[in-house]
Design a protein around this ligand. Structure first.
Ligand code: HEM
Length: 343
């Protein structure tokens, strides 16, 4: 019998609601108002920009399809910290503490060299014109498209920050072992809705997760969410356990989050959630948590209707890409090297 309405998270309901309210009251909501971004921002100053990013991303994804996932995640981790301002790309220096070593990023966030390579090419085509934040945003769109996902137009004109926030990278980004309400509050804080959250999490239809991110799930709640005995599901679980032993230094062993079509951007991720086979605790909660009435309906909708998923995903990516850093529009710059602020 299906064991539904299951909550993995140990925090009681009241505490989760308090966290949600505190997070919303205590912090400023980012307005996802369209900033001064336009589709033709580089039309006269760097007309080759879209073509150049596309070509570079084609090479990157052809050499390894996972590169698509790396770039999409980089863009997400950029936008949730100070807005989409390229802050995630900055290396640590004596005067600047970057975001790369924050708990959500260390040993996990990759793809920086792909962006460096695109930046180098663009610096020779149109020096000092195209921001790293814009490059990342276009590259994420191309990445999705190259592995079978939807196309959307990318508004452009972001500036690169001259700062980064290690602290925000630790607090703003959602974690695999975090409760659903807490994750929802992090999206609301950015001006994104529950619908945006469920659609954007559909990115987990591509890419890999490390054992450290799913160990608790496969040795914990997995069997409670998978309804009844299913030999394929059972053998999948034992594969996962062999990749990720309960103890021992296997934290960085990786496996695909969508084991059915790991390199294809489709709606198979939502089908896995219906079967209780979400690899990350946070993903499965969208379908199985007692707090997830709305999220569950959305999961069912995107599983049943891939076109609705693609449409919402495109809209939500534009919305996420429009999260601005008001400071960057005043004090921002176009970095010459995405890893360092200009001197
Ligand atoms: C809803 C809350 C989310 C949580 C809790 C979450 C958490 C995670 C975790 C734990 C991983 C595996 C990292 C590792 O083990 O190294 C991961 C991978 C990934 N995430 Fe998310 N994520 C969320 C939302 C998103 C969103 C909104 C996007 C993009 C729009 C995204 C894109 C990706 C991609 C593409 C990967 C695979 C990266 C790779 O192959 O290395 N995630 N996420």
């Amino acid at each position: 019998m299906a064991k539904m309405a299951f909550s993995f998270h140990s925090k009681p309901l009241v505490l989760q609601f308090m966290l949600l309210i505190l997070f919303l009251l205590g912090t400023r909501l980012h307005a996802v108002e369209p900033p001064s971004l336009t589709l033709d921002y580089y039309a006269s100053t760097c007309p080759v920009v879209l073509e150049t990013v596309k070509k570079e991303m084609e090479c990157a994804v052809l050499s390894d399809p996972r590169n698509a996932a790396l770039v999409v995640r980089l863009h997400f981790h950029d936008c949730f910290v100070q807005g989409c301002d390229g802050s995630v790309l900055l290396d640590d220096t004596i005067t600047l503490k970057g975001e790369k070593k924050a708990s959500n990023n260390i040993h996990s966030l990759k793809g920086f060299r792909i962006i460096d390579k695109i930046k180098n090419t663009l610096e020779s085509d149109c020096p000092g014109i195209v921001s790293c934040a814009d490059i990342l945003t276009i590259a994420a769109r191309d990445a999705v498209l190259l592995v079978g996902g939807p196309y959307w137009d990318v508004p452009l004109g972001r500036k690169d920050s001259v700062t980064a926030s290690f602290e925000q990278a630790n607090t703003n980004l959602p974690k695999a072992d975090e409760g659903l309400l807490s994750i929802i509050s992090k999206f609301l804080y950015q001006g994104l809705s529950v619908t945006d959250m469920v659609a954007l999490a559909g990115s987990h239809t591509i890419g890999m997760a490390r054992c450290a991110s799913f160990r608790a799930r496969i040795y914990g709640d997995w069997e409670a969410t998978t309804p009844g005995y299913d030999p394929i599901s059972e053998s999948h679980l034992s594969n996962l356990k062999s990749v990720c032993p309960p103890i021992g230094g296997s934290d960085n062993n990786i496996t695909a989050m969508d084991y059915v079509t790991p390199n294809l951007f489709d709606n198979s991720f939502y089908h896995l959630l219906l079967k209780g086979e979400g690899l990350l605790n946070s993903d499965q909660e969208m379908y199985s948590s007692v707090f997830g009435l709305e999220t569950k309906e959305l999961v069912k909708k995107y599983a049943a209707d891939p076109i609705a998923f693609f449409q919402q995903f495109s809209d939500s990516m534009v919305k996420m890409g429009n999260i601005t850093n008001p400071d960057s529009f005043v004090s921002g710059e176009v970095r010459r090297n995405c890893r360092f602020v200009n001197t």
